[in-house]
Design a protein around this ligand. Structure first.
Ligand code: HSE
Length: 397
């Protein structure tokens, strides 16, 4: 019998307990022994099927030699960081879905895991149930990764889909996403692009081998997005999606950011809807590879956590070699990137042309919506200074 502990019994923690119970036979077959949740760390005891396993004392996990893997689903940093360090110090593998902790302290926690000859695995931290970190670091290991971009937040993609398809109000669509267990405890992290920002940092860390500090990554969400722009874009053959993007720059630097983009409808990522996420990885040998699936929710995210648990046990005592350098040098402002830009201005086509030269007009009715040629973020900002800008977004081309 292999015993594990879960820390935190929210959406993902509950999912982990359910997957371990519901898929017990398949898991036992693959591990050669049954897997059992022995202890669950909670802040407040509550009645239910796991009542007998609950403790509010972390030492019951830390000092229990029978517990070989700890699944951290507390979320946030403070307690999760402290307990993860202590669990690794105690020689236990740790598995997590906690993107904030990985984005901010992953480099240090991986180094600690290495020192203690255990694993720190976090497949569930990006893309929920989609296998993306293992394929990126293992299956695509022979590539130089030049770009990673994707729809990385299920809540905002769900909200956008509901607003566009059925005309739902933002607040109603957000409430639905919360009821379905997609949103963060504080959904500000979802709708302001912070959750997607943490995920693009993790992807960039692994893709480029250097720490990308979340504080240096510009993050814009969907709260300022107007349905008017969504409709103009649709009529012109584009969809608007919130993308996280990490790019290797021609000069050797790297950049990353999160923002809504216009995506041509021929690009498959433009059709990714509801809670689904998609991540595109561009390797110099593979070209673009796309990963698609449910990016949030109890069971898909738990599936990734439990697979990591199984990997720890199968890989043990040999550790998984993943990680990146703490050196943040080479991170550049995404304003360096050259892309086409979408603008909606209060003004005429003549005003647009005076600022940008030749532009592609998408709509003209008092306001003017248009696309520029490929220009840098600095040029987009500089050249639009004389215009009354109502909306501005990059185009994924
Ligand atoms: N709140 C996150 C989302 C959960 O909506 O994508 C999965 O990380």
């Amino acid at each position: 019998m292999i015993q594990i502990a879960i820390m935190g019994l929210g959406t993902v923690g509950t999912g982990v307990a359910k997957v371990v119970a519901e898929n017990a036979k398949q898991i036992e077959h693959k591990l050669g022994e049954p897997l059992q949740v022995k202890t669950i760390l909670v802040r407040h005891f509550k009645d239910g099927p796991y009542r007998q396993l609950m403790t509010d004392d972390f030492k019951k996990i830390e000092e229990d030699d029978d517990i070989r893997v700890v699944v951290e689903t507390i979320g946030g940093v403070e307690a999760a960081y402290e307990y993860t360090k202590r669990a690794l110090m105690a020689g236990k593998h740790v598995v997590t879905a906690n993107k904030q902790l990985v984005a901010e302290h992953g480099c240090e926690l991986l180094a600690l895991a290495k020192k203690k000859n255990v694993n720190y695995l976090f497949e569930a931290s990006v893309g929920g149930g989609i296998p993306i970190l293992h394929p990126l670091t293992q299956c695509m290991a022979a590539n130089r990764i030049d770009e990673v971009y994707g729809i990385l937040n299920g809540t905002t993609n769900y909200i956008l889909t509901r607003m566009v398809r059925t005309g739902a109000f933002f607040s109603d669509a957000l409430r639905e996403a919360q009821a379905k267990g997609y949103a963060e405890a504080d959904p500000t992290a979802d709708v302001e692009g912070i959750d997607a920002g943490r995920k693009i940092c993790i992807l960039a860390d692994l893709a480029f081998g250097h720490q990308v500090d979340p504080a240096s990554v510009p993050m814009e969400g969907i709260t300022k997005l107007s349905l008017r722009d969504v409709k103009i874009a649709q009529r012109a053959g584009y969809r608007i999606k919130l993308l996280g993007r990490a790019v290797r720059l021609p000069g050797g630097g790297r950049t990353a950011y999160v923002a809504p983009h216009l995506i041509p409808e021929e690009n498959p990522i433009s059709n990714v809807e509801d809670v689904f996420n998609a991540v595109v990885v561009r390797g110099n040998a593979t070209g673009e590879v796309m990963f698609y699936g449910k990016g949030a929710g109890e069971m898909p995210t738990a599936s990734a956590c439990v697979a990591d648990v199984m990997e720890c046990l199968q890989a043990s005592p040999k550790r998984e070699e993943i990680g990146w350098s703490a050196d943040t040098n080479g991170f550049e402002d995404p304003m360096e990137l050259h892309t086409r830009y979408y603008f909606r201005i209060e003004g005429s086509l003549t005003d647009a042309a005076l600022a940008f030269g030749q532009v592609e007009v998408l709509s003209e009715d008092g306001e003017t919506a248009f696309l520029t040629d490929r220009i840098s973020g600095q040029d987009a900002q500089q050249q639009s200074k004389c215009l009354n800008v109502l909306a501005c977004m990059r185009v994924l081309a």
